[in-house]
Unconditional design. Structure first.
Lengths: 113, 111
């Protein structure tokens, strides 16, 4: 099993550009989520999904969109990038919401100029 | 919603000493408390977890204690080694589909 995978590993955007961060898992996990990690602020939840077709907002959803068309994939879209979105983004998955270990992907380091 | 506070933000110890990191949570419905270790440039990885029906759990040199009444839980690392140097995160899971993390503790173990 590859576990949780993310692409790209690094990305530089200009203000106003849009892009999609890809996330996939091969563990047949129902629950997937996106976090951003900023110095001194821990891991903050952006969006999450409890299954295909179901998504909901976390603590810091503004400026981001998600969709979950399959169990395996959970892409994160930045609609119009801003310097405040410069961060490290982690995708994660769990077998079910509220149950079991949460596994993280390797992260995407995003810089917005 | 759930709020998790973590202290200290940095902790320096000598090799062989013990290290303790403390977290408090706000939602009494929280029932699962994992601890993650993140090495520099790597992803967070689970090192130990505890459920609300258990007061203490040990795994070799690491242990976690939970006080439900006071709503706090702690990570204890004994006989620290340089490879324990990392950022440690606590988290609380209310069961309402969100795992909320603390702000992290940077542990530095000096030889």
């Amino acid at each position: 099993n590859a576990g949780v995978t993310q692409t790209p590993k690094f990305q530089v955007l200009k203000t106003g550009q849009s892009m999609t961060l890809q996330c996939a898992q091969d563990m047949n996990h129902e629950y997937m989520s996106w976090y951003r990690q900023d110095p001194g602020m821990g891991l903050r939840l952006i969006h999450y999904s409890v299954g295909a077709g179901i998504t909901d907002q976390g603590e810091v959803p503004n400026g981001y969109n998600v969709s979950r068309s399959t169990t395996e994939d959970f892409p994160l879209r930045l609609l119009s990038a801003a310097p405040s979105q410069t961060s490290v983004y982690f995708c994660a998955s769990r077998r079910l919401a509220g149950e079991g270990e949460q596994f993280f992907g390797p992260g995407t380091r995003l810089t917005v100029l | 919603g759930e709020n998790v506070e973590q202290h200290p933000s940095t902790l320096s110890v000598q090799e062989g000493d013990s290290a303790v990191i403390k977290c408090t949570y706000s939602d009494s419905a929280s029932n699962y408390f994992p601890w993650y270790k993140q090495e520099l440039g790597k992803r967070p990885q689970l090192i130990i977890d505890i459920r609300s029906n258990v007061g203490e759990k040990k795994d070799q040199r690491i242990a976690v204690t939970l006080n439900k009444t006071a709503k706090h839980f702690s990570l204890h690392i004994t006989e620290t080694q340089p490879e324990d140097s990392a950022v440690y995160f606590c988290a609380a899971d209310t069961g309402f589909q969100k795992l909320v993390f603390g702000t992290g503790t940077r542990l530095l173990v000096s030889p």
